[in-house]
Design a protein around this ligand. Structure first.
Ligand code: HEM
Length: 533
C-alpha cells in the first residue's frame, strides 16, 4: 500500500480510538498500561518494516514516524474538536486552552499554588468556570449543599484513586463501601473516644510549651514545630507511640519522606492519569514506598500490642480481624492516609493562626483576657465555649483552609441542579474552600482577619455556607472534633504562657509566599518568638 494511504489508515485509527475508546469512561488507572502498549506498538511497527518488509533502518524509522504522527495528529485533533465544539460543558466560560487539555492547567500550577491560580480564574471568568475539558470549578456557595451535602448523589472524582492499589476511607469512591467504613471510623471519634484522646493532646501541647520555654525567646521555626506536634499526636493515636519530634526538637525522617511524597500531588493534581503513569516509575515513588514500608512496620507492631480502646487504630484493627487474621488492604491504606489527613491540616491551621496572633497583638491580648476570665482552662469542654478563641480558629481556617483547592466530585448521570443552573451529568466539579472563604458576598471585609465576625459581629458573617474547611456531608472530615480539640488546647496553652511575636526579619511574607498546595496545604517557613510571660 502506498505511504499516503497508510497514513490515512493510521489517521482513521486515531479518530476511531477517540470515538470508540477515549471519549467515554475513565482511563487514568490504565495510563501505565496504555503507555507501555503504545511504546510496544511503535517498536513493533519499526521492526515489522525493517525485518518483514526489509526496509533499511532509516526508511523504516521515517515511515514509522509518519504513521505514528498521522495517528496521533488525528487522535488529538478529534479530541480537540470534540472538546471545543461539542462537549456538554461548552457553554461554560473558561480559558480557551483549559477546554482542550488539563495539561494547560498543570502547566499553570507547577509552582504548587493551585489555590491562587483558581482564585485568579474566578476574578476573570465568574462563579462557574470550565477549568478542564470535563471540569467545572464553582465559586458559588449555593453549590456546596447539592455537591457535598448529606443528600448529594455526587461521587468522588477520579483524583481519589491516587492511593491505588491501596484503599482508604478518604479515597474509596464507592459510596456503599465508604458508608460501611465510615461507621467504623465514627466509633473512633465518639465523645467517649475523644475524651480518652484529650489527655494525650494536652500532654503534647504541654511538651511543646516546655520546648518553647527552653528556646528562651530565641526565634523558633513555628511551621516546623507545629508539624512536630500534630504528627506526634497522630502517630500516638494510630500506632500507640509518638514520632518524638517535639521531644527531640527535630523532624522524623518519615515525616520528611511524606512531605516529599505528597509534594508530587500539587502539580499533578489536575492530570490524574499522569500521576498514575509517574507512579509506575520506580524513581518517582521511592520516597512514597519507603513511607509505606515504615507505616506497615508500625502497623504490625501496633497489632501485637495489647488492645486499648482509646486509640483510633483499635477500632480499625478490630473491624479488620477475622479470627487470627487481619485484612491488611484497608488497614494499610487507612494508616498511610490518616497520618497526612490528621497531621497536615492541624499543623497548617496553627501556623496561620499564630501568624495572625503575631501580626495583631491586640487580638492576642483579647484572647488572653478571655482565657484569664475563664481561669485559663485547658480542657476541651471549657475551651469549646470560649467565643473569641473559636473565632480566632474559625477565621484562620476561613482564610487558609488546609485543603484549599480540593474536594473534587462527579455529578450524577442525570445532572445536577444548582440554584437553577444545570450541570451536566458526569462532570467533575469542585468548590475551592480558599476562594469560597474569601467571597465578599459571604464575609464582610473578606480578606481581613476578623475573629469577631464569629461572635460579637455576626453581621460580618453573611453566608456561613461558604465556610467549608472541613467540608460537609458524608465525606466531610471525620476528625473534625479532634482537630478542633487540638487547635483549642494548643492555642489556649501557648497564648496563656507566651507573648507571641515575629522573629526579627520575619513579617510572615515568606509564609504567605512559600505556602504550597499539595492538595493539603504545606505552609512556608514562619519564624516566631515565644516570650515567656
Ligand atoms: C484542622 C483540622 C482538620 C481539617 C481542616 C480537616 C479537613 C478535612 C477535609 C476538608 C476533609 C474532606 C476531604 C475531601 O473531601 O477530600 C477531611 C476528611 C477527612 N479527615 Fe480531616 N481535617 C482535619 C483534621 C483531621 C484529623 C485530626 C483527622 C484524624 C484523626 C482527620 C481525618 C480525616 C479523615 C479520615 C477524612 C476522610 C473522611 C471520609 O472520607 O469519610 N482530619 N478532613
Amino acid at each position: 500500500m502506498a505511504l499516503p494511504a497508510q497514513c490515512a489508515l493510521s489517521a482513521a485509527a486515531g479518530i476511531l480510538s477517540h470515538i470508540g475508546v477515549f471519549i467515554r469512561g475513565e482511563h487514568h488507572l490504565r495510563a501505565p498500561f496504555l503507555f507501555r502498549l503504545y511504546v510496544f506498538l511503535a517498536i513493533a511497527l519499526l521492526l515489522y518494516q525493517s525485518v518483514a518488509l526489509s526496509y533499511n533502518m532509516k526508511v523504516a524509522a521515517y515511515t514509522s514516524t509518519l504513521l505514528i504522527s498521522s495517528y496521533a495528529a488525528a487522535l488529538f485533533s478529534s479530541i480537540t474538536i470534540y472538546r471545543v465544539f461539542f462537549h456538554q460543558l461548552r457553554a461554560f466560560p473558561g480559558p480557551p486552552l483549559a477546554k482542550v487539555s488539563k495539561f494547560w492547567h498543570m502547566s499553570k500550577v507547577l509552582d504548587a499554588k493551585q489555590y491562587l491560580f483558581l482564585d485568579g480564574l474566578r476574578t476573570e471568568y465568574g462563579d462557574y468556570v470550565r477549568t478542564g475539558p470535563n471540569e467545572l470549578t464553582i465559586f458559588d456557595p449555593k453549590a456546596v449543599m447539592p455537591i457535598h451535602g448529606p443528600n448529594s448523589t455526587c461521587k468522588k472524582a477520579e483524583w481519589y484513586d491516587n492511593l491505588k492499589p491501596l484503599t482508604a476511607i478518604n479515597t474509596t469512591r464507592s459510596r456503599a463501601v465508604h458508608d460501611r467504613r465510615r461507621k467504623i471510623w465514627d466509633m473512633g471519634f465518639s465523645q467517649k473516644a475523644l475524651d480518652a484522646y484529650e489527655p494525650r493532646v494536652l500532654y503534647y501541647a504541654e511538651q511543646l510549651a516546655t520546648a518553647f520555654k527552653a528556646s528562651e525567646s530565641k526565634p523558633v521555626n513555628a511551621s516546623a514545630w507545629f508539624a512536630y506536634l500534630t504528627f506526634d499526636i497522630m502517630s500516638d493515636l494510630l500506632f500507640g507511640k509518638p514520632f518524638h519530634m517535639v521531644r527531640d526538637g527535630k523532624s522524623h525522617h518519615v515525616r520528611d519522606l511524606l512531605t516529599k511524597g505528597i509534594m508530587v500531588l500539587g502539580p499533578l493534581t489536575p492530570v490524574p492519569w499522569l500521576f498514575h503513569l509517574a507512579g509506575s516509575l520506580p524513581r518517582m515513588t521511592k520516597d512514597w514506598l519507603a513511607y509505606r514500608a515504615w507505616v506497615l512496620e508500625q502497623l504490625k507492631e501496633r497489632m501485637q500490642m495489647e488492645t486499648e480502646k482509646s486509640n483510633v487504630m483499635s477500632w480499625l484493627i478490630q473491624a479488620s480481624q477475622e479470627g487470627d487474621k487481619w485484612d491488611m488492604s484497608w488497614l494499610e491504606g487507612d494508616a498511610v492516609s490518616m497520618i497526612v489527613a490528621g497531621g497536615e491540616p492541624g499543623a497548617s491551621t496553627l501556623v496561620f493562626l499564630f501568624y495572625y496572633l503575631a501580626k495583631f497583638p491586640e487580638k492576642q491580648t483579647k484572647l488572653r483576657l478571655e482565657l484569664e476570665a475563664a481561669s485559663f482552662p485547658t480542657n476541651a469542654r471549657a475551651l469549646q465555649s470560649l467565643p473569641f478563641l473559636n473565632g480566632c480558629i474559625y477565621e484562620a481556617l476561613r482564610l487558609h483552609p488546609p485543603l484549599p483547592s480540593g474536594y473534587l466530585r462527579v455529578t450524577p448521570s442525570e445532572g445536577l441542579n444548582v440554584d437553577g443552573k444545570w450541570i451536566p451529568g458526569g462532570s467533575t466539579v469542585l468548590t475551592p474552600a480558599y476562594s469560597l472563604g474569601r467571597l465578599e458576598s459571604c464575609f464582610e471585609d473578606a480578606q481581613q482577619y476578623v475573629p469577631e465576625r464569629w461572635n460579637e459581629r455576626p453581621e460580618m458573617l453573611k453566608d456561613k455556607d461558604a465556610w467549608i474547611p472541613f467540608n460537609i456531608g458524608r465525606y466531610g472530615c471525620v476528625g473534625r472534633s479532634l482537630g478542633l480539640i487540638e487547635l483549642r488546647i494548643v492555642t489556649a496553652i501557648l497564648v496563656a504562657n507566651f507573648d507571641v511575636g515575629f522573629a526579627p526579619g520575619d513579617d510572615g511574607t515568606e509564609l504567605l509566599e512559600n505556602t504550597r498546595d499539595a492538595f493539603a496545604s504545606v505552609p512556608g517557613k514562619l519564624e516566631l518568638i515565644f516570650r515567656k510571660r
